[in-house]
Ligand binder design. Sequence first.
Ligand code: GUN
Length: 284
Amino acid sequence: MPHIINGKEISQQIKDELKAEVTRLAEKGRHACLAVVQVGNDPASSVYVNNKKKACAYIGIESKSYELAEETTEEELISLVEELNADDGVNGILVQLPLPAHIDEDRIIRTISPDKDVDGFHPVSVGRLWIGEKGFLSCTPAGIIQLLKRSGIAIEGKECVVIGRSNIVGKPMAALLLRENATVTVAHSRTKDLKEIARRADILIVAMGKKKFITREYVKAGAVVIDVGMHRDENNKLCGDVDYDDVAPVTSAVTPVPGGVGPMTIAMLMDNCVETMRIREEEA
Ligand code: GUN
């Protein structure tokens, strides 16, 4: 039987550790505040944003909400981000994506100060990650590293295959695995012989955005399989990029959907918020 990696439990453990750390810092008069910016009212984004604010409340971080109308101009959003950059009372800035089509997301991401970039999306954060400098880590890949470590799965020396090359998951995932001394292959939609390459993996990380695409022919017996996908199946049930029922029996450990990678993203966002407090503590 495979080990089913419990992301709900592990994310709760991380949030409890952070809550204790925030309490300790508060006793020394240190506080954190996350600015959460949403433009428009996409229902999925509203759910994510609310969950982020709830997590802040749970661990003892203040959150400030900025709910802007869909028609907000790029210049108006830039002005708000610049104001938040300059505000000493704000430690972290999160602009929920996707933004309305008339706003250039890359320009907004570049405007957020790298010192407040708790999503880890700024080119400076990305560069720091690749050259091994301290900095904010992209939350979903950082959460996957925690899932592996806290499940006792060694990464060093392992053959890891990442399927997907997005800036938010695939690329930072590859950088983090490399930093953990894994051998890393990044596969994607143009990869030839995907099955053959996926079957090399001791640890297979799937972030391709295709419902139940990965069946057991893609998986080496005894591999660890991490599923970043999130979709609705034909019965309106949540499912991932991995065909769980087919794949799970041949793995040594596997993440379910829901309850695997999903809850880790917010836990690691909270870790990045606490990191802003740790940095200020060091500088004090
Ligand atoms: N939209 C979907 N996921 C994310 C995320 O991790 N951060 C932000 N800012 N927007 C998102």
